[in-house]
Design a protein around this ligand. Structure first.
Ligand SMILES: Nc1ncnc2c1ncn2[C@@H]1O[C@H](COP(=O)(O)OP(=O)(O)O)[C@@H](O)[C@H]1O
Ligand SMILES: [Mg+2]
Length: 221
């Protein structure tokens, strides 16, 4: 029985085989990308349907929060796959999408977003947890800082130094009411920051609230 050893394939055949393998891999990646996107869309649609059918305000609010989190993950996914390098996640591009979507979704013209963004890449593995933290913080500014009739500004800056990514979200709204209780959003932020080894600080911005997120760049960036 004769068998062709891979070593005996001549140069042209070898290149053709590699090109075929690469084409197959690329097609597979697109296929998976499509499926993930469709599945996230499906989950979001189900949550939206359930939200609309829920009369209880507390349950409705919880479902709306989950829909927002799924949307944040879908945005991460879209961003990663629009990128040439699927291993790296640009925090600033994500923030631009997130803030645009969240402020846009309010339909309010009295909320203004100001972005000061430096390109900062982190590993794809950290993309979803970081995105969820930012979605909670921006969501809080959008939802709690500006009651009806009171407009204002949301400033977001993204930058880095040698050791960490720095993200600041500041609103000039009503501020946190004295003694107001943490909700599920705060728990999500704490859990994910611990996972990311990140720090999240909330301070009074007089007026409004400033939240600073510091994400160390070591450990895979
Ligand atoms: N930017 C903000 N401006 C005013 N109040 C805020 C802001 N962020 C958070 N809060 C207050 O802190 C509370 C807890 O926030 P959070 O833990 O995210 O829970 P939730 O958003 O589900 O109420 C909010 O209910 C709100 O009263
Ligand atoms: Mg919240």
């Amino acid at each position: 029985m004769t068998e062709t050893s891979p070593l005996s394939i001549d140069g042209a055949d070898h290149t053709a085989a590699l090109e075929r393998a690469l084409e197959q891999k690329t097609a597979l990646l697109h296929e998976v990308d499509h499926r993930v996107k469709n599945n996230l869309q499906l989950i979001a649609s189900l949550l939206l349907l359930q939200t609309r059918r829920t009369a209880d305000p507390g349950a409705r609010e919880a479902l709306r929060g989950m829909l927002e989190r799924v949307n944040a993950v879908a945005t991460v996914h879209r961003r990663l796959f629009q990128n040439e390098d699927v291993q790296r996640f640009d925090v600033s591009e994500f923030v631009r999408d997130l803030v645009g979507d969240m402020v846009g979704a309010t339909g309010r013209e009295d909320l203004r977003a100001h972005l000061d963004l430096e390109p900062v890449a982190v590993s794809a593995a950290r993309a979803a947890p970081l995105a969820l933290v930012l979605s909670e913080v921006v969501g809080n500014a959008v939802r709690h800082a500006f009651p009806d009739g009171q407009g204002g500004d949301i400033h977001v800056t993204v930058g880095r130094d040698d050791s960490q990514v720095r993200i600041e979200i500041t609103d000039n709204g009503v501020g946190r009411a004295p003694g107001c209780a943490d909700g599920f959003g705060s728990t999500v932020i704490q859990l994910l920051c611990r996972q990311l080894k990140a720090t999240c600080l909330t301070e009074d911005a007089e007026p409004g609230v400033r939240v600073k997120v510091f994400l160390p760049l070591n450990g895979g960036g």
